[in-house]
Design a protein around this ligand. Structure first.
Ligand code: SF4
Length: 164
C-alpha cells in the first residue's frame, strides 16, 4: 500500500479534507507508477541543459530548472493560492529532509503572467510535520470527513459523491 504523503495531498489538505480523503482512497487502489530515484535529481547527467520534469518517489512531480536550482510549479489560477504555496513548500521540505538543500521555488501563473517565490521557513517545517501527521491520520479513517460546502465544490471531481 502506498504510504507516502504526496504534494497533491498537501494541496488537497488546504482545498478540502473530504476531497483529500476521496483522493487518498482512490489512489490506494491504483498500482505503483514508475519511480524515479532521488539520486537522479542529484545526478548531473540526468539533466541536459535546463528544464526537466522530475518525479521523485511519486511524491514530487514538478519542473526543475537546473541553471537556477529552482523548482517550478505551474498553476492555472490563484484561486486556491494558499494550497499551491503549501504544496511547493512541501516539495522543498521533502527534498531538504533527503539532503537536497539550497533550492528555491516558484509558482508560475502563465494565464495571468505572474509568479511568486516560495520559501521554506523553520515554522513552515514544523507546520508541515503537523500536516503530514494529520494526513496520516486521515488515511486511517474509514469514513470521509463531514461535508462542508467549499467554493470549489462545483468544479470538484467528487461533486456527485457529496451532492446526491
Ligand atoms: S464536492 Fe466539495 S465538499 Fe465534496 S469533496 Fe469536493 S470540494 Fe470537498
Amino acid at each position: 500500500m502506498e504510504n507516502r504523503v504526496t504534494g497533491v495531498m498537501i494541496y488537497y489538505y488546504f482545498v478540502c479534507k473530504r476531497k483529500l480523503w476521496y483522493f487518498i482512497n482512490e489512489i490506494n487502489m491504483e498500482s505503483d507508477n514508475e519511480n524515479v530515484m532521488l539520486g537522479k535529481l542529484l545526478d548531473e547527467n540526468s539533466y541536459r541543459r535546463d528544464d526537466k520534469h522530475i518525479n521523485i518517489d511519486n511524491v514530487i512531480n514538478i519542473d526543475f530548472i537546473k541553471e537556477h536550482q529552482e523548482l517550478h510549479e505551474i498553476k492555472k489560477s490563484k484561486a486556491i493560492e494558499e494550497a499551491g504555496i503549501w504544496q511547493v513548500k512541501y516539495y522543498l521540505y521533502y527534498l531538504k529532509q533527503r539532503g537536497v538543500k539550497g533550492l528555491t521555488a516558484k509558482i508560475d501563473y502563465p494565464l495571468i503572467k505572474k509568479n511568486i517565490v516560495v520559501e521554506l521557513s523553520e515554522d513552515d517545517e514544523v507546520q508541515l510535520q503537523k500536516i503530514v501527521a494529520d494526513i496520516e491520520k486521515l488515511k486511517m479513517q474509514e469514513q470521509p470527513p463531514a461535508f462542508e460546502k467549499q467554493k470549489i465544490c462545483g468544479k470538484c471531481a467528487y461533486h456527485d459523491l457529496c451532492f446526491i
